[in-house]
Design a protein around this ligand. Structure first.
Ligand code: ADP
Length: 585
């Protein structure tokens, strides 16, 4: 048996790191800033034991842009490196001092980890120059130069600023944009503005306080809103927020903002950003928050989230599930709190939080159990009822199979006349006009207590029946009316007694087919399945007396009007005919 050493051909490895490790070239800046910040943190940590006095805000990371020279400089006055350290850490891939340092000094704020970040500079630079001087006294500064190939040069040098590291990137033509101040500022703000060490782009600091680390009780609503404006300057004010602060089962802090959900406001998904040790990681939080909270805005920070080597992606890990569950629990607790302490406010927020809650209930049974009694239904008369309250209201409306029947509409303008008929009989009508509603109603039906019927459905129409069972016509007369209506509409026609006040006729739709189409966003487009006429309405007596078919046409147009099916042209005809019939009487 022979033991061998694996050989790695750097010439083969470097292009892989450069091209495939990182998805966005922008992250080279994140990595170099992180190194600078780590160098400063390390200096702060060792300063007391090394007898170094540091003025407040003395250590910093500065970035300078030289577009004409195609150069970008990132410099810090942190711990610096000796020649040996340069050889050890910069010339050996996957060598990092971070872990060792963190263990030795119990320092938890070090960002570095994998010992790969520095090489990301070669994604955008054709040459990288490092001028560094260690904090150790009497140590010569060194200049290290590499074009990303296997060879590099290292030589003694002078660093006029003394302790610290200056990294000069000689950008390749393709990436000269990274020498533009606006671009560099934009990337730095995105990744680094919540880092604990001052970071200056062309002399101006970009740091902001990470509000999520404050104690929730000490932060006013105004401050939360100001912070939201800072994160999302172009977005409308949030309707409310939740401050997350957990030590168990995972370390997690953050602020979740609920954006206003109105049809006229465009809500951008994916604006929940993940930070680890103050560094922006990603806003693609697959697995970290349930998808039904994807429209939430805000920030989350956790050191318990394992990152992959490129640091821009999450690893699949049991902690993700714990975090996700924690967030869901927090959101429900907060909703419960508002609901029990201020029902009016809860009702006013419902328009915006309702879609999240309903979507969550449909997608996640666990969430549904927690949120069920927090869900509200809004009625056409402006009431907001919880599901238990609503169930109590419709408990007497039972179909032959013992289910309670709930009426709803999904197009308030189209169904308003019809809704009035149900309201007059004392039935509450649910306004179910958001995209999630058809799914949500079906979900509630699956619980096995309620059946929902749209106000223009066959099921619903039965509830408009009158107690007066005499139509006032002979069977023969009813047959004549029925057949005439069938000829005119080409639909199946049936009679239903709805009292003299009820509509002359109604176009009805099949409930199950209709719900299916609603989920395809084709609301209202399914054709009527039949027409019911109410012989107790005086219009039919006029027809039989005069034999004038316009009375029946009028009844049919009424039915269309009630179900919102009236086109501009039939509406004109209807009005003209109405006028004529009136004048001729
Ligand atoms: P990581 O930051 O994950 O450790 P890097 O490849 O970015 O990996 O850096 C490797 C090592 O080089 C670091 O652990 C650190 O010891 C050293 N280093 C890099 N940049 C600096 C700097 N600006 N100042 C001091 N040391 C640095």
């Amino acid at each position: 048996m022979r033991t061998g050493t694996l050989g790695v051909h750097l010439s083969g490895l470097l292009p892989i790191i450069r091209k495939y490790l990182y998805t966005h070239t922008d992250v080279f800046l994140r990595e170099l800033i992180a190194n600078g910040v780590d160098a400063c943190q390390k200096l702060i940590t060792i300063a007391p034991s090394e007898g170094i006095t540091l003025a407040s805000d003395e250590v910093k990371v500065e970035i300078f842009c030289y577009p004409t020279k195609r150069q970008l400089i990132i410099q810090d006055n942190g711990i610096g490196m000796t020649e040996e350290e340069v050889e050890k850490f910069l010339t050996v891939i996957a060598a990092s001092s971070a872990k060792e340092f963190a263990e030795k000094y119990k320092e938890t704020d070090i960002i570095g980890f994998f010992g790969m970040g520095f090489y990301s500079a070669f994604m955008v630079a054709e040459k990288v120059e490092v001028l560094t001087q260690s904090y150790k006294s009497g140590v010569q500064a060194v200049r290290w130069l590499s074009d990303g190939s296997e060879t590099y040069t290292i030589e003694p040098a002078q660093r006029p600023q003394g302790r610290g590291t200056t990294i000069t990137l000689h950008l390749s033509k393709e990436y000269e944009e990274y020498a533009q101040t606006w671009k560099v500022r934009q990337i730095t703000e995105k990744y680094a503005r919540f880092l604990p060490i001052p970071i200056l782009v062309e002399g101006s600091p970009i740091n902001q306080k990470p509000l999520w680390r404050e104690q929730p009780l000490q932060v006013s609503e105004e401050v939360y809103k100001k912070f939201y404006k800072l994160l999302f300057p172009d977005d409308p004010e949030p309707v409310f927020y939740i401050h997350l602060n957990a030590d168990y089962p995972v370390h997690l802090q953050g602020i979740l903002y609920f954006p206003p959900l109105r049809p006229e406001v465009v809500t951008r998904p994916g604006t929940l950003s993940l930070y680890v040790r103050g560094m922006f990681i990603t806003d693609e939080l697959e697995g970290l928050i349930p998808e039904y909270f994807r429209l939430l805005h805000g920030v989350i920070e956790s050191s318990d989230i394992p990152l992959n080597v490129s640091r821009s992606q999450l690893q699949v890990d049991p902690n993700l599930r714990k975090i996700s569950q924690y967030i869901v629990r927090k959101v429900t607790e907060k909703l419960k709190e508002i609901y029990s302490s201020d029902r009016k406010r809860y009702e006013s927020l419902w328009e915006h939080i309702g879609p999240f809650v309903k979507y969550g209930m449909v997608r996640d049974e666990d969430f549904a159990r927690k949120a069920r009694d927090l869900a509200l239904v809004e009625t056409t008369t402006g009431e907001c009822l919880t599901l238990p309250e609503y169930e109590a209201r419709i408990s007497t409306v039972k179909n032959p199979r013992g289910f309670s029947v709930g009426f709803y509409l999904n197009d308030p303008a189209q169904h308003q006349v019809l809704a009035k008929l149900f309201e007059a009989k004392g039935y509450p009508i649910i306004k179910a006009d958001t995209l999630i509603d058809p799914y949500w109603l079906s979900y509630i039906e699956r619980e096995g207590k309620i059946r929902f019927a749209r106000v223009d459905s066959e099921e619903a129409a039965k509830w408009l029946e009158s107690n007066e069972k005499d139509s006032g016509f002979t069977l023969e007369e009813e047959k004549t009316i029925k057949e005439a209506l069938e000829r005119l509409t080409q639909l199946r026609v049936e009679k239903q007694l709805m009292g003299a006040e009820g509509p002359a006729a109604l176009l009805l739709r099949d409930e199950s087919q209709r719900r299916y189409q609603e989920t395809l966003y084709q609301s209202g487009k399914n054709p009527p399945s039949r027409l019911v006429f109410n012989p107790q309405h005086p219009i039919y007596r006029r027809y039989l007396l005069t034999q004038d078919v316009r009375w029946l046409e009028h009844a049919i147009d009424w039915a269309r009007l009630l179900s919102g099916d009236l086109t501009e042209e039939t509406l004109q005809n209807f009005l003209r005919r109405d006028q004529q019939l009136l004048l001729e009487r």
